[in-house]
Design a protein around this ligand. Structure first.
Ligand code: PRX
Length: 650
């Protein structure tokens, strides 16, 4: 849900961290934040070298940063292993038998893995991968439900230098196929299925469909048995996780990896039909995930920390797996939906495990509000000490509800702005220091030189909207788009000279707080998930009935944005309700349920400028201005709309 610039200026409520909270926090005042921030900007090498010393290195770096714009190398010459940082180093002291992962399945099973147990599973699975002849630098797709084995698979890859690419379980076979092809993956780690809202997601079936035809680069599929349903096993290609784990050594030394060794590729939507493989490397990424857990969540040994994101998204990478484990924290994983078996599931989990930190998405909060206060009120939420949000702008109503109903008025809220590309939090309050106001992500994190600029790259005055940019490299930044340096350069570093352009619009107020307005490129944010309009358009035009399609977002109370598709059909095809339903299904199977269109609106022709560009702004206005219930089969007459005042050269 986007925040309009005028309304935020009326938002005056300020929430200061409680004295008690500040007293215990690592950063307990704005003065302390400011001093550290200034140091991070003025003497970045010193700042980052000090923070990086918290990590376990096999070889110390020679140089903190080598910057050949727009290509950065951090901790040049250093070597470390992320799985060693997340596991081995915690085995020496009291964390050895501490819960690393607490997991609950949607049907209700419970499992806890201590650091020692997790270490053992990761070592064993790394040995399984080695036995499959996977070698340092090979790419591996992970397509798993939210089960500990997803984290085990990631950490096992990291242990031996395999580059993983986690594909969200809600993506379709086509999406898996595209990602495999793009990164040249040689193996897939998956499960027979996963549970979601009482039904089973056919993960293995989707992998089979993605690999159909036998031309794929994938030689091996490892299948974890989660649901026990019947699945196809391709002889010579597929192996069962549990069988492979039967006779395997539990010793597997972590491989010292170069700071810039590719850790993972995560695909995300951009302004073209083809998702981009965002490349993150080893040391800088780990430091980013670690240091934000340290200061933004102020994570403590005694915390029970729950980030509700799926490991298929960057939030799951940085804040379910790598960041919290590098801190030696207890991270909770829940497999299923928040309304299974009823609307109180999240609150029951918080009560059952005495969760202290909850990190979730505004879209979930808005659903909770709709379901009613009676659900959280049934449970004891007094263990919570800190709340966080991520993924989209949070509207002040949702913020206030989270603060009062869930946080009992005592928990600070960290509204964290960041992206797949940034690897970790970029603009965020620090809970013991920053006064917060509903709707603003507040201040830049350490080392983040954020600004709001106009089209020429000049910083705009306070309270004026502009493009959100970052003016210098930071350790957990993406290093490139996999296999496409030119696109990396063009997408992120050319829009505003010398700066990283995030794709978001923002306003900075007089106090220096950033208010994120939302995407200003052709990317939608649907229920906190990024979706390229061009991706949906290319899925639509791949349907035989469709001549042309334009996809725009319209504000949606629950999901932030809804997907509205304007479609022209080929000659002789009737624009019927049935066709609209078929198109929705088609997009769903091409991309995945996350992309399911909310409205299909047929048009005789799409409104275009004289140069032939689709007038998206006009379509956005039409999509947003009119309440459409269900699909409309009436043809939109854009010629009339154009006559009503839209400039043809818009
Ligand atoms: O538009 C911003 C929005 O989510 C985008 C990044 O999406 P993705 O790469 O999928 O990563 C989501 C999780 C980090 C951003 O460009 N966004 C993310 N967090 C916020 C946000 N918008 C406003 N406020 C936030 N806190």
């Amino acid at each position: 849900m986007s925040i309009n610039i005028e309304s935020h200026q009326n938002e005056k409520r300020i929430f200061k961290p409680a004295k008690e909270f500040s007293r215990k926090a690592r950063i307990g005042s704005m003065a302390q934040y400011q001093a550290m921030y200034d140091e991070s900007i003025q003497r970045p090498d010193k700042f980052w070298a000090r923070e990086a010393a918290d990590l376990t290195w096999n070889t110390k770096w020679l140089k903190v940063l080598e910057w050949n714009p727009p290509f950065a190398r951090w901790f040049v010459g250093g070597k470390l292993n992320i799985s060693e940082n997340c596991l081995d180093r915690h085995l020496q002291g009291p964390r050895r038998n501490k819960a690393a992962i607490i997991w609950e399945g949607e049907p209700g099973e419970k499992r806890t893995l201590t650091y020692q147990q997790l270490h053992r599973e990761v070592c064993r699975f790394a040995n399984v991968l080695k036995r499959q002849k996977l070698r340092k630098g090979d790419r591996v797709i992970i397509y798993m439900p939210m089960i500990p084995e997803a984290a085990i698979a990631m950490l096992a890859c990291a242990r031996i230098g395999l580059t993983h690419s986690v594909v969200f379980g809600g993506f379709s076979a086509d999406s898996i196929r595209d990602r495999i092809a793009d990164c040249g993956a040689v193996a897939v780690i998956t499960a027979d299925g996963g549970y979601r809202r009482g039904s089973i997601v056919p993960l293995k079936k989707n992998v089979d469909d993605a690999l159909q035809g036998g031309t794929s680069t994938v030689k091996r599929v490892v299948v974890f048995r989660r649901t026990g349903q019947d699945i196809h096993i391709e002889e010579g290609r597929d192996v069962w996780w549990h069988r492979e784990m039967e006779y395997v050594d539990a010793q597997c030394p972590p491989v010292p990896l170069d700071s810039e060794h590719p850790l993972f590729i995560l695909y995300t939507s951009g302004s073209t039909g083809k998702p981009k493989g965002i490349l993150h490397t080893t040391a800088g990424y780990l430091l980013g995930a670690y240091i934000t857990c340290k200061y933004v969540f102020d994570l403590r040994d005694e915390d029970v920390y729950w980030c509700t994101a799926d490991v298929g998204w960057v939030t799951g990478h940085s804040y379910v797996v790598y960041g919290p484990l590098a801190m030696g924290a207890t991270t909770l994983m829940y497999e299923g939906a928040p309304n299974s078996p009823d609307n109180g599931r999240f609150w029951k989990i918080i009560e059952d495990y005495a969760v202290t930190i909850l990190y979730t998405a505004p879209t979930a909060i808005r659903a909770f509000i709709k379901w009613g206060d009676e659900w959280p009120k049934k449970y004891d939420l007094s263990s919570l000490r800190l709340l966080g949000t991520v993924g989209e702008p949070i509207n002040p109503e949702a913020w206030m509800w989270f603060h009062t109903v869930i946080g009992g008025g005592r928990c600070p809220i960290v509204d964290t702005w960041w992206q797949t590309e940034t690897g970790g939090h970029m603009i965020t309050p620090l809970p013991g220091a920053t006064p917060t106001t509903p709707g603003t992500a507040t201040r830049p994190f350490f080392g983040v030189d954020a600004a709001v600029v106009d089209d020429d790259g000049n910083e705009v005055p306070p309270n004026v909207g502009g493009k959100l940019v970052i003016r210098r490299p930071w350790p957990s930044m993406l290093r490139s788009i996999w296999g496409d340096k030119a696109r990396y350069k063009k997408t992120y570093w050319s829009e505003v000279a010398g700066c990283y352009f995030a794709g978001d619009g923002a306003v900075r107020d007089k106090q220096g707080n950033f208010w994120i307005i939302g995407r200003i490129d052709d990317v939608l944010n649907v229920a906190g998930h990024r979706l390229g309009t061009a991706e949906v358009e290319s899925a639509l035009v791949s349907h035989e009935a469709v001549a042309e399609a334009a996809v725009v977002g319209r504000p949606d109370e629950l999901k932030g944005q809804a997907v509205v598709c304007f479609v022209t059909v080929k000659q002789g095809v009737a624009a019927t309700k049935e066709l609209a339903a078929a198109l929705k299904k088609h997009v769903r199977s091409a991309i995945g349920p996350v992309a399911t269109p909310d409205d299909i609106r047929f048009a005789e022709a799409l409104p275009k400028t004289r140069s032939g560009k689709i007038m998206r702004r006009l379509l956005k206005e039409i999509a947003g201005g009119q309440t459409v219930t269900g699909d409309t089969t009436t043809l939109e007459d854009f010629s009339i709309l154009a006559k009503l005042g839209a400039s043809p050269d818009e």
